[in-house]
Design a protein around this ligand. Sequence first.
Ligand code: MLT
Length: 311
Amino acid sequence: TMALSGTALAQDYPTKPITVVVPFSAGGPTDTVARLVAEAMSQDLGQQVVVQNVGGAGGTLGAGQVATAPNDGYTLLLHHIGMSTAPTLYRSLPYDPLTDFSTIGLITSVPMTLVARKDFEPNTMAELLDYVKANGENITYAHAGIGSASQLCGMLFMEAVDTPMTTVPYQGSGPAMTDIIGGQVDLICDQTTNTTSQILAGEVKAYGVTSSTRLPTLPELPTTREGGLSLEIGVWHGLYAPAGTDPAIIARLEASLQKALTNESVTTRFAELGTYPVTAAEATPEALTQTLTSQIELWRAVIEAAGVYAD
Ligand code: MLT
């Protein structure tokens, strides 16, 4: 019967490589998290866990592809806070993040940093706020599309200074960071995963971190609050399968994810990048569903107040 074959499938799972879709370009923070976790999960599962970058539309293109993928456990989605903002930003979103996916577990929490090309004029957060108010749309702000974390942070920043800048979209904040370092674009608010090493190497100018306290990896960097800017945002990553995936397969992936988050090479690299792995209790379907549900509500109110929509 179907049930028997289903159970048999789950017992042997995985019997072939697994694809994890990252809905942003290679080289960005989401991709970095995914490749570290995928490598550790590959070792645990005995099958290659392969990252596939599907950029576009602020992450909604890649997420939409997984929503309609076969629910056999061989196509997964690794996404971030954008899973909770897209339902409000996109009024014609082709998927429902809550009903079109099976949650597997939370993965990380990641602060964001406001950084600029290294010869950008302002040197402190206070100077940045004055400079943005004075120069507005003559400043270019890079982001990874409407639905990305960098776009969300930029929207909050422009709200806080009540001044629009000229926004420049990329397929991910990997390529955006290349242009910040190259001086082609002025400013970005990006996850520490993608900025810590650039800040420490003096490749970019940093103004503040969006966490409530300073980071051990960047002790010199003030918080946005210290700099007089009320902008606190924490990015979180989650792992998903298409809705209807066999619970036994979800349980196998959940166990593998929890193991990956205590894997020495993952935790060491995360620590260097100011990226915080969640506890095993949070790397669960229930915790991810709870976070996703509450974040959808939280950001719906914020986005509707800002009146920023993609369509
Ligand atoms: C974002 O801004 O949402 C991410 O940084 C995109 C990415 O991971 O490239």
